[in-house]
Design a protein around this ligand. Structure first.
Ligand code: THU
Length: 134
C-alpha cells in the first residue's frame, strides 16, 4: 500500500475520536470508523444502538452512507477502531464491497494501534457485486 504511516495513523486517530460519540449503551462496545474517499474527503461514523436491539447501525455503514449521501461513491481507505481490534461485520463488508473490492480497511484497537490491514476483497472473498446484476 502506498499510504504513508502517518496518513494511516491520522485516519485511525480520527476514527478513534469519533468513537467517543458512539451511542452504544446496550453493548458498551463503541465503534468508530473514518472513511477517506478517492477525492480526499473524510467521513466518520459511529455505531448507533436502539432500545429495540435489532435496529442498531454499525459505525462502518454510517460512514459509508454519509459519504454516499454527500455524492461520494469512490473510496480509498477506511479505518475501524474498537476496544479490542474487532473486524467489520459481514453486513458492513457487503456494503463496502458495493463500492469497490480494493478499498483498504485498517483495523485498529482502542489505543489506536493498527492490528490489521486488509482489502475488502480479502475481507469478503467471492463477493456478490453490482457486476453480477449486469
Ligand atoms: N458493530 C459495529 O459498529 N461494527 C461492526 O462491524 C461490528 C459491530 C457494533 C454494533 C453494536 O452496536 C456493537 O458493535 C456490538 O455488536
Amino acid at each position: 500500500m502506498t499510504m504513508a504511516k502517518e496518513e494511516r495513523q491520522s485516519l485511525i486517530d480520527l476514527a478513534n475520536e469519533a468513537r467517543r460519540r458512539a451511542y452504544a449503551p446496550y453493548s458498551n462496545y463503541p465503534v468508530g470508523a473514518a472513511l477517506r474517499t478517492k477525492s480526499g474527503r473524510l467521513f466518520t461514523g459511529v455505531n448507533v444502538e436502539n432500545a429495540a436491539y435489532p435496529q442498531v447501525m454499525c459505525a462502518e455503514r454510517v460512514a459509508v452512507f454519509k459519504a454516499v449521501s454527500e455524492g461520494e461513491t469512490e473510496f480509498e481507505v477506511m479505518a475501524v477502531v474498537t476496544n479490542n481490534g474487532g473486524s467489520p461485520c459481514g453486513g458492513c463488508r457487503q456494503v463496502l464491497a458495493e463500492f469497490g473490492l480494493d478499498t483498504i480497511v485498517l483495523i485498529a484497537d482502542g489505543e489506536g494501534k493498527l492490528q490489521k490491514t486488509m482489502t475488502v476483497a480479502e475481507l469478503l472473498p467471492e463477493a456478490f457485486t453490482p457486476d453480477h446484476l449486469k
